[in-house]
Design a protein around this ligand. Sequence first.
Ligand code: GLC
Ligand code: CA
Length: 545
Amino acid sequence: MEKKLSSDWWRQAVVYQIYPRSFADANGDGIGDLKGIISKADYLAALGIDAVWLSPFYPSALADGGYDVADYRDVDPRIGNLAEFDEMVEILHSKGIRIFVDVVPNHSSDQHVWFQEALKSEKGSKARERYIFRDGRGENGELPPSNLSSHFGPEGWTQVADGQWYMHLFTKEQPDFNWDNPEVHEDFLKTLKFWSDRGVDGYRIDVAHALTKNLDPLPDRDSYDLNVMKDDGTDPLFDRDSVHEIYKEWRALFNQYDPPRVAVAEAWVHPHRRPAYASIEGLGQAFNFDLLTARWDAEVFQEVVDRNLEFANTTGSSTTWVMSNHDVIRHATRMVIPAGADGVTFADENKWYVENRLNHNLDLDLGLARAKAATLMILALPGSTYLYQGEELGLPDVLDIPSDQMQDPQWFRGEGKLKSRDGCRVPLPWEKQGSSFGFGPGGSHLPQPGWYGEYSVEVQDNDENSTLNLYRRAINLRKELEGPEDLSWLESPAGTLAFERPGNWICFVNFGSESQVLPEGKLLIASAPVEGGKLPGNSTAWLIR
Ligand code: GLC
Ligand code: CA
């Protein structure tokens, strides 16, 4: 019997992100699929997670890993079909696992029927009004309407056959919608209703801060660095106050369901602008990505925790914690990339990747130790935790994928300056040996390295000290310990952090390299072996007193 859910089940949920093409492949065509996810339902249940979030599985020409959606209300036939989707929902629900799906509202694929219709229609037609078409500059309109670059490369406008141009903040296969058009609003409400009616419990909203734009005058932009974005709601392209009107409409729909559907915003905005996305009248939660760039340092981590708990307080939402996802270098690798004074900013990371990926000397044992310590810390924090598939295996990023086998448009369009995100999207190793290390009976759409089998589920399953079993124990233990979202800091030696949660649950994190004496209490779990009451460097322990 399924448990009736309370309406705040999401507040301290552990959500596991599945990148469907790379999770498990049931039919052996090298592409992960819904049947593959179904076949791993017991694995997911044993992890103890509360929900999965599926990155896009919709029909797509894969110009951007599926974030170019050709049909928002269907399943890519290479991944499955709607009947299999329903089956997946039923099976996961029966195991107490909720389902989030990804919604991509800033842009569609250029294969979407609307965009195809727009291409065939005249200038100024209704079909063109669903996207952002403009005439070019120059004598014959041969120059783009403004000097706009995209996130992934130089051109933010692309010309079509009759000479007009359309705007795209990402690849040219991802035309931006015109959110001034009521039809766009209606269609997204239809999509959200479609999936909610099928039992989807929550939504992850892609680039939630883009959508509404001020196009008069047409903006120029050559950098997407946060420093360039205005932080007062008046930037022409991002984080405009008006975007929240859309989320109010969505909230009204979500609240028609029991329990209300939930949502989390992916919004790369100035930190103090984040709470608006998490407001209860809006999406309800927003990703806190601060730890993706934080240096492994007690003071830095403490500051991030304090700031985000305060944000959560101002909105009545709960905060979120993220160490890895499908867009960043896996944290077991990232945490030993040389850091600058501000941590490993994305600029540092891109530079390091481009120069060193094929010839690096990273200490991956240290990386894994820190990764486990960081995860054990965030699992002890109030709020919800988002985990990314494969981090429970301690997978490092695959840095040496040959360039001609890469898929990420950022790599090809980034003019040699941006990292490829393929290294965190390599299909998972389920078995030590065999075809695609148990990913499926066939191959793998991205090449897997020879060392992958050592990290496989098969190898780690029965090893009590494996990363996988640490995750399983920690997530299940967290459920038992979970109480109100309060935290108090305890005094602890320099280079360490200690905090207490209700119920005398203590988390102690040793950021330094020397062992440290643990606080008093009964040891519950540790990310590294405790000897003589001392916790090794770069590790975390939970205690109860
Ligand atoms: C988000 C996604 C990323 C995608 C981009 C464009 O940032 O996480 O993978 O490339 O949006 O949709
Ligand atoms: Ca398949």
